[in-house]
Design a protein around this ligand. Structure first.
Ligand code: ADP
Ligand code: MG
Length: 349
């Protein structure tokens, strides 16, 4: 059966024609969709496994023989995941970083990204900052941007990232077993502490405010660690919604529980300085840490700590996997600590 309008572009397709909707034309002096892609996103590909990048209907890439493709996507909505007025450089960085963090948790080597960009208009200085932040991190991880889509609408950034692992070696959430050690990279709670500072819940001295702002705006995905951990970890997850929630996901997937010693949580100097005001909550329940939480058998302790030294990443052993399916936190005095909320949840009432 013929469908009317089937040759027309969909209402979301671009800056130009829109079915049935009078669309405001772009302001004079501003860029159209194609010039925008050319100006800010169409950079020469650097990877030999990209047969076709930006400019055709789809990208063509090849995965090395005997490897598996690993793919992730994250959507960042202005006003939900970042402030409307956030520095566009940090938005560009973070949009890619959150995906790199997912691949790190799988032990994958990142390779190719696509970018879905929804913008209310074409603001050159925003585009410049955004693309700078994006490509600075992309080139550090040898990632090529191979395609995307650019449409008009409320500011939203979607990055899809693919990479690969040798067949059958991806780190999963489901491999933890009773008796395994639990580890965390980096420090927890600095992004949450920064949000408390922004909201006025705490007042940080400038040097602390600057340090935690860096953690919130420029998370550092643990790609190199993740790749090495494939051979050492039994399970892994990246901490995007807070340790309590994400360790919970790992435990559920593995059919196990966990005991965590809060005294062993890795906390930054600014966090420790304000501990009396903020307690454990930012470290356990705020989102946006993008550190790895992983488990491993006790025999691998020395190897894991050596990895941290090799990559200059703090690695803390914070607890043990248990057989009973409960997640239990012990405070410094040995009493049980119950987190007031499990983590950031989008659909919680
Ligand atoms: P199509 O209509 O086939 O979806 P488009 O006209 O939307 O293609 O895009 C033209 C080319 O530009 C495609 O190769 C697409 O992948 C790429 N592209 C569009 N937007 C972006 C973006 N924000 N970042 C990177 N590449 C993009
Ligand atoms: Mg096309």
């Amino acid at each position: 059966m013929a469908i009317s309008h089937c040759n027309r572009k969909s209402t979301t397709s671009d800056f130009g024609g829109c079915v049935g909707v009078a669309h405001p034309s772009l302001d004079p002096g501003r860029l159209d969709e194609f010039s925008l892609i050319e100006a800010y996103f169409n950079r020469p590909v650097t990877r030999s496994d990209v047969a076709l990048g930006i400019g055709d209907d789809a990208a063509v890439t090849s995965v090395p023989p005997e490897h598996e493709l690993v793919t992730t996507v994250d959507v960042l909505v202005a006003g939900v995941h970042f402030h409307q007025s956030a520095d566009p450089r940090s938005v560009g960085h973070k949009a890619l970083a959150v995906n790199l963090s997912d691949l790190a948790a799988m032990g994958a080597t990142p390779a190719w990204a696509t970018l879905g960009l929804v913008v209310p208009d074409v603001d050159r200085s925003w585009m410049e900052g955004f693309s700078e932040g994006f490509f600075a991190l992309a080139s550090r991880h040898n990632v090529d941007l191979v395609g995307g889509d650019t449409v008009r609408g409320p500011l939203t950034v979607m990055v899809q990232l693919s990479g690969w692992v040798p067949q059958g070696t991806a780190m999963k959430r489901s491999g933890a077993r009773a008796g395994d050690d639990i580890y965390i990279t980096g420090c927890l709670g600095d992004a949450g502490l920064c949000l408390m500072d922004i909201n006025g819940a705490v007042e940080l001295p400038r040097r602390h405010a600057v340090a935690v702002r860096e953690a919130l705006d420029y998370p550092c995905p643990r790609i190199a660690m993740g790749i090495q951990l494939r051979a050492l970890a039994t399970a892994a997850i990246d901490i995007s919604d807070g340790l309590a929630a994400d360790l919970g996901h790992l435990a559920t997937r593995s059919g196990v529980g966990a005991e965590v010693s809060l005294a062993d949580l890795p906390l930054s100097q600014p966090y420790q300085a304000h501990f009396a005001e903020i307690g454990w909550e930012p470290a356990l329940s705020s989102g946006d840490d993008y550190e790895l939480c992983f488990t491993a058998i006790a025999e691998n302790r020395a190897r894991i700590l050596a990895l941290g030294e090799r990559f200059d990443v703090a690695v803390a052993r914070v607890g043990t996997i248990t057989a009973d399916r409960n997640i239990v936190f012990f405070d410094r005095d040995g009493s049980r600590y119950i987190p007031p909320r499990a983590g950031y949840a989008h659909f919680q009432g």
